[in-house]
Design a protein around this ligand. Structure first.
Ligand code: ZN
Length: 137
């Protein structure tokens, strides 16, 4: 696993939170992207070398809607960049972690992603992500 790629924050209202985080960071988000397969709308901010992803549910069965209903708004996941997501999934499975996506799926911001169940990671939802290359698009 490499560096932290981004931190995901679950929010109720993306527009309200975009304004809030823009004043916090002193600059606006650089991108908004909807991921219909996940039932989420996301926005991204850069703070120095760091990236923050805000996630709003677009339907009531979205994992973000369930998360907010259970825990309220707040930090939802930590994403780590990996060089070879498939190799990392097999390695982590062998180590005993519960991988929620056996096959990487397309996430926001041009990434292959896979999640680890928080029950095997001390309550922290972990996302693995690998840049989608031009030939894979
Ligand atoms: Zn993420």
């Amino acid at each position: 696993m490499n560096k932290i790629e981004h931190i995901g924050i679950a929010v109720k209202d993306l527009e309200v939170s975009n304004t809030l985080f823009a004043s916090l960071f002193g600059k606006p988000h650089y991108k908004v992207e909807e991921v219909p397969s996940e039932g989420v709308k996301t926005s991204f901010f850069k703070t120095g070398p760091n990236k923050i992803e805000l996630l709003q549910a677009t339907n009531p069965t979205s994992s973000i809607a369930k998360f907010i209903a259970k825990k309220g708004e707040g930090i939802h996941h930590i994403a780590f960049a990996v060089t070879d997501i498939k190799a990392e999934i097999s390695r982590l499975k062998k180590e005993g972690f519960t991988v929620l996506n056996e096959t990487p799926k397309k996430g926001a911001d041009n990434k292959w992603v896979a999640f680890l169940h928080p029950k095997t990671t001390n309550g922290v939802l972990i996302e693995l992500c690998q840049e989608i290359t031009a030939s894979e698009k």
